[in-house]
Design a protein around this ligand. Structure first.
Ligand code: HEM
Length: 244
């Protein structure tokens, strides 16, 4: 909606309303749907990746075999590595879509506020929103580091993409405790991000009552803690010598 003042009749000052067509996806509801769909896709990836990582407890051969299998999914219909690349493109589109929708929504919310708050109200909503923003940035930086570490091997002491088990064990060796610390901080940030994201999604979908909200909060918390624990098991198992 676009409002202008018609000055052709000075004494009247008619207000003229013109409508600028905006694609439905760019409406607030459309952008929230983009956040939800991309978020669900990313959550499914996170669950699958976490379960796959736990294969490290089955030993060297089993973990490497699993990583190798990832490259063959879809064969013989899809040529080698095609599924992996389709997945990578899907993930990239989902991450970019998630960031784009979040940024546009945040900028709109800011523009809709007539004056900046002199002091921020300590309400849960604004605290969570800020956590989401900075949490998102930390997760993005982590994923860039993580790909250079365990996918390309550039920052890994072994750095051999054909030996993922050896890469993981070298990565979280006790002497490299700071890598485990960094992973831990990033995974905890991911946990907070997921807790709020899953809670918001469940609240929108579920019963809009205090009881429904309480249930959504509990489910989101349990999910985030379980996912974080699943991810953290691997570096701590290597750090403590359980996996070597
Ligand atoms: C301690 C926890 C984690 C471990 C041990 C781990 C392990 C790995 C390994 C071994 C690979 C390489 C797979 C391969 O090429 O065969 C990989 C790739 C990847 N991981 Fe993780 N990961 C962890 C946490 C995460 C988290 C928290 C995220 C997302 C926030 C993530 C996102 C990715 C992505 C996007 C790839 C690249 C997939 C590809 O394109 O090949 N990982 N991870």
């Amino acid at each position: 909606m676009h409002w202008t003042t018609d000055q052709s009749t000075p004494s009247v000052g008619r207000v003229v309303v013109t409508t600028r067509t905006r694609s439905p996806i760019r409406s607030n509801v459309g952008l929230k749907a983009v956040m939800a769909v991309t978020g669900i896709f990313l959550v499914l990836f996170l669950i699958a990746h976490m379960l796959g990582n736990l294969k490290v407890f089955a030993g060297d051969a089993s973990f490497n075999h699993y990583a190798h299998w990832l490259r063959e999914i879809g064969a013989p219909i899809l040529p080698n590595v095609w599924f992996l690349w389709i997945m990578r493109v899907g993930l990239l589109v989902a991450v970019l879509g998630h960031i784009w929708a979040a940024t546009v929504l945040a900028l709109r919310a800011r523009a809709a506020r007539p004056v900046r708050y002199a002091h921020r109200k300590k309400v849960r909503g604004s605290y969570a929103a800020r956590t989401m923003r900075w949490g998102g940035v930390i997760i993005l930086l982590f994923v860039i580091y993580h790909i250079l570490d365990l996918t390309t091997g550039t920052l890994n002491p072994v750095g051999d993409p054909s030996r993922p088990y050896a890469n993981v064990v070298a990565d979280f060796a006790p002497a490299r405790w700071y890598v485990t610390l960094f992973y831990t901080l990033a995974i905890v940030a991911l946990g907070f991000h997921l807790r709020h994201g899953v809670f918001s999604a469940l609240r929108s979908l579920g019963q809009q009552t205090p009881r429904g909200e309480q249930r959504a909060r509990a489910v989101a918390l349990v999910f985030a803690v379980a996912l974080c624990a699943g991810y953290l098991l691997v570096p701590f198992a290597v750090l403590t010598g359980l996996v070597s």
